[in-house]
Design a protein around this ligand. Structure first.
Ligand code: ZN
Length: 112
């Protein structure tokens, strides 16, 4: 597919190790405005935790538990749009410069 990729969202239960996996098509990757596109992508794909204040209810063991959440790209399109979120939560424009390379190795974020 030229414009459509497929992402895989994984929530991993820390109690029974079950992985809840959701696949989603995408044409655009929305990232926060960091100092470079590489840093924005690293933040977008970093592992986040459901911890003691924000526990996850596992669909396999039914426990409210700690969990890890991360996103991988399992199918890369030929063309992708990077959407830089240039407004903060209050609606104020973020005027920071953002460096971007001419070449990005997206295999870092993908697991076919
Ligand atoms: Zn579980």
């Amino acid at each position: 597919m030229i414009f459509t990729g497929i992402s895989r969202s994984i929530v991993s239960c820390q109690s029974c190790q079950y992985n809840s996996v959701t696949f989603k098509p995408f044409t655009c990757i929305s990232v926060t405005c960091e100092s470079s596109l590489k840093k924005s992508l690293a933040k977008h794909f970093e592992v986040t935790q459901f911890d003691s204040e924000n526990k996850y209810k596992c669909e396999k063991c039914y426990k409210k538990t700690k969990a890890k959440h991360y996103v991988q790209l399992c199918y890369l399109p030929d063309v992708v749009i990077f959407h830089i979120k240039r407004f903060d939560l209050s609606g104020k424009k973020i005027r920071r410069d953002l460096d971007y390379p001419n070449f990005i190795d997206m295999s870092t974020y993908s697991d076919p």
